[in-house]
Design a binder for this molecule. Structure first.
Ligand code: PLP
Length: 376
């Protein structure tokens, strides 16, 4: 099987799996228990937090463990807005965010917040100039993803951050799920940042929120003292402990995997450019891990199933919306026709993909085109 769907999720690294299962067997105590097993789990958990903080160049108290990036995004957005309502009620967000951001924003409308959507340009990004032009006295939060999950477009996070931080009452939230460990994330200029373990060969149900120390949040899960009282509930200690290993291994390989994936991306682009039927939708300068393509006369669903039958896994759009509308709203927001948006598939590459798989993919596409009686 060829797996080109790493933006949806990834395999768990054997090293992570091994340590996790050891922890489940031996360190099952509650991190808040006062006995020796509890204290030992607590120590391992805090060591993991310290290691993660040091790799991200933030403080240990700025790491909040959560259950998924959707929870981190919800906590960042709803938690910040509700806690800081007295500062203003205007929020800026890009118009192509993951549903966890979009729906958190929609939820806030019920509490009187005014949500203003920032249109992406034809390269799939929000510009700092646009953010500047939309900031108001009562804007308290700006939220943009770092890398778009459908196109791979990379937002200019550092530039946007400069604009946001000229504004005294405004903070910047960035969904870094698709960028973390693929390109450098400038955590120093982000107030609230989201990372998910299962996108970087870690466990599902494990994620974190980087929350800078001056930021106050309203907890969404009310509970005990865990995670500074911001996220109640017994810690998922084994998952939180192995997250530091997951992150370390991903960061260690970042440059090498980037180069390998770039070659696969370049090869597929070059070969598809020779095929009349095929279009590349991802911008040239997009993250090489994500390649959005479409075929003129074959719809997403048909192409996805035809590739699936040949043992190749791809996505027809962002996986979290795959059971809803049948076109990509990101492509439409970039100015593509609805036809292209209903014909697109997303290839997303990972550390274990090879050039041989890229060649097999191209051959499979040619066969599918021929099977449909279309010319190459
Ligand atoms: N943000 C982005 C950009 C994503 O691509 C995803 C998942 O696809 C998420 C957030 C949600 O991550 P999780 O599955 O950990 O909730």
């Amino acid at each position: 099987m060829i797996y080109f769907d790493h933006s949806s999720t990834t395999s768990v690294r054997p090293e992570v799996r091994r340590v996790y299962s050891q922890l489940l067997e031996t360190q099952y105590g509650n991190a808040d228990s006062l006995h020796s097993m509890g204290r030992s789990v607590h120590q391992l958990l805090e060591k993991s937090r310290e290691n993660i903080a040091s790799m991200l160049h933030v403080l240990p108290t700025e790491i909040i463990f959560t259950g998924c990036a959707s929870e981190s995004n919800s906590l960042a957005i709803i938690g910040y807005a509700l806690k800081n309502k007295s500062r203003g009620n205007h929020i800026l967000v890009s118009n192509v965010e993951h549903p966890s951001v979009q729906n958190a924003m929609a939820f806030l409308k019920n509490f009187g917040f005014e949500i203003e959507y920032l249109p992406i340009n034809s390269s799939g990004i929000v510009t700092a100039d646009l953010v500047q032009s939309k900031l108001r006295k009562d804007t308290i939060l700006v939220s943009t993803m770092h890398v778009n999950n459908e196109m791979g477009a990379i937002n200019p996070v550092e530039e946007i951050s400069q604009v946001v931080h000229q504004h005294p009452t405004c903070v910047y939230h960035v969904d870094c799920v698709q960028s973390f460990s693929k390109i450098d994330v400038p955590f120093s200029c982000i107030d609230l940042a989201t990372i998910s373990a299962h996108k970087i060969h870690g466990l599902k149900g494990s994620a974190l929120l980087v929350k800078k120390k001056n930021i106050q949040l309203m907890p969404l899960v009310q509970g005990g003292q865990q995670e500074q009282g911001i996220r109640g509930g017994t810690e998922n200690a084994p998952a939180n402990i192995v997250l530091s290993k997951t992150i370390r291994l991903a960061l260690e390989e970042q440059k090498e995997v980037y180069q390998r994936v770039s070659k696969i991306n370049e090869f597929i682009r070059m070969e598809l450019n020779k095929i009349k039927e095929a279009h590349i939708n991802s911008p040239e300068e997009a993250l090489p891990y994500i390649l959005n393509i479409s075929f003129d006369q074959i719809t997403s669903e048909v192409l996805l199933n035809a590739l699936d039958q040949k043992g190749i896994c791809v996505s027809a759009k962002s996986t979290c919306s795959s059971h809803q509308r049948n076109y990509s709203s990101t492509l439409v927001a970039m100015g593509y026709s609805e036809k292209i948006a209903t014909h697109m598939i997303r290839l997303s590459f990972g550390k274990d993909n090879t050039m041989q798989e890229a060649r097999i993919f191209i051959d499979a596409c040619k066969e599918i085109i021929k099977d449909y009686g279309l010319s190459l």
